[in-house]
Design a protein around this ligand. Structure first.
Ligand code: SAM
Ligand code: FES
Length: 349
């Protein structure tokens, strides 16, 4: 069996065994990658044409009770300057985003106990009342079933919760003892059960990651069958235990994006800011590898540098309008267009 043959098999069956995933990932080469991207683009074109969905990202709090070893806003980072946006500030971001053509707002933050269910429910309901044509995506980490349900009933449409790694030993390498892969996965199944369009994902090249870990990721994603998958390279942050570790590569991130598009043809797949951070043309390359979503920042410029998950994060000085313009130009340069659309998941062939 060659890597090329496995790629065709993946295209036909939409699944591989663990051993096959490992073989394909370990035996990839530039030619296989190019063939994969051609295939991934043809699938992407068939489902989405040349339209790229946009999501306006609002990083509304960088307080976090967790201590993930990779993350720049982990609670042990004493030098992080903490902030929380007010409800009014969040609504202003939405207003500006709506005027610019965003029809999805992503509320992302650390696990901040200040944002109780009551506060979140009120905030979500206000956004949905003011912008009934928009989708609200939440990315608030692990909460209870009841909490997820209440926020869904208040109008939240989607939830992003990357599983980070589906390999038990690797999960332990990246997280302190109080966090567990089991709970992370349970949250994901609960989100799906409640009815959220659900997104999972992982970092590429995080410390200790092997082809076997990536194979486990692909098997887990196949089983969960999410509507969205967010992957990006691990990028070290200087104030974390992983400060001296190597970051993930563009090459492997693009390869994994291509594989995801082939495995899940309809999936909503962003070309992430982390990819744009390690390569000035990372997002364009991500789209050309099969991604179909970009998530520019709508947070007020005053707080952007403070939501520093990793070093050298891009776009921290730009106004939202500049970011949208910049991305529109980048997409146009490779033959794509930003859509003014909620960009919901669509099932089907
Ligand atoms: N607290 C929520 C959660 O845990 O899902 C959302 C915020 S969390 C900062 C969002 C994502 O950032 C994580 O899922 C992780 O994959 C990514 N991230 C954190 N640190 C990173 C790093 N150093 N490099 C790349 N991505 C990172
Ligand atoms: Fe909580 Fe990163 S450790 S968001």
């Amino acid at each position: 069996m060659t890597a090329q043959q496995l790629m065709q098999q993946l295209n036909r069956d939409k699944r591989l065994t663990k051993e096959e995933w490992i073989f394909l990932i370990e035996h990839r080469d530039p030619q296989t990658a190019e063939e994969l991207f051609v295939l991934a683009r043809s699938i992407q074109r068939e489902h989405f044409g040349n339209k790229i969905y946009t999501r306006g990202l609002i990083e509304f709090t960088n307080y976090c009770k967790n201590d993930c070893y990779y993350c720049g806003i982990r609670r042990s980072n004493r030098s992080a300057e903490r902030y929380r946006l007010t409800e009014e500030q969040i609504l202003e971001c939405c207003g500006m985003g709506h005027a610019l053509g965003f029809r999805t707002f992503v509320l992302q933050g650390g696990e901040d106990m200040y944002f109780t269910d009551e506060r979140m429910v009120e905030l979500i309901a206000k956004i949905k009342r003011r912008y009934p044509d928009c989708a609200v995506t939440l990315s608030l980490g692990e909460r209870s079933f009841d909490s997820y349900k209440r926020m869904f009933e208040a109008g939240a449409d989607r939830y992003l919760l990357r599983h980070e790694t589906a390999d038990e030993a690797h999960y332990r390498r990246l997280h302190p003892a109080e966090l567990s892969l089991k709970n992370r996965k349970e949250c994901l199944y609960q989100l799906k059960e409640i009815g959220y369009q659900t997104g999972t994902g992982f970092m590429v090249g995080s410390p200790g990651q092997t082809a076997e870990c990536l194979a486990e990721d692909m098997l887990f994603i196949r089983e969960l069958n999410p509507q969205m998958v967010g992957i990006g390279p691990f990028v070290p942050h200087h104030e974390t235990p992983f400060a001296a570790e190597l970051g993930g590569t563009v090459e492997l991130t693009l390869f994994m994006l291509g594989l995801l598009r082939v495995m899940l043809p309809n999936v909503l797949l962003p070309a992430t800011t982390a990819l744009g951070t390690i390569d000035p043309e990372g997002r364009e390359k991500g789209i050309l590898a099969g991604a179909n979503v970009v998530m520019p920042n709508l947070s007020p410029t005053g707080v952007r540098k403070k939501y520093e998950l990793y070093d050298n994060k891009i776009c921290t000085g730009d106004e939202a309008a500049e970011c949208r313009q910049c991305l529109a130009g980048r997409m146009k340069s490779i033959g794509y267009e930003l859509a003014v659309d909620r960009g919901d998941y669509r099932d089907g062939p």
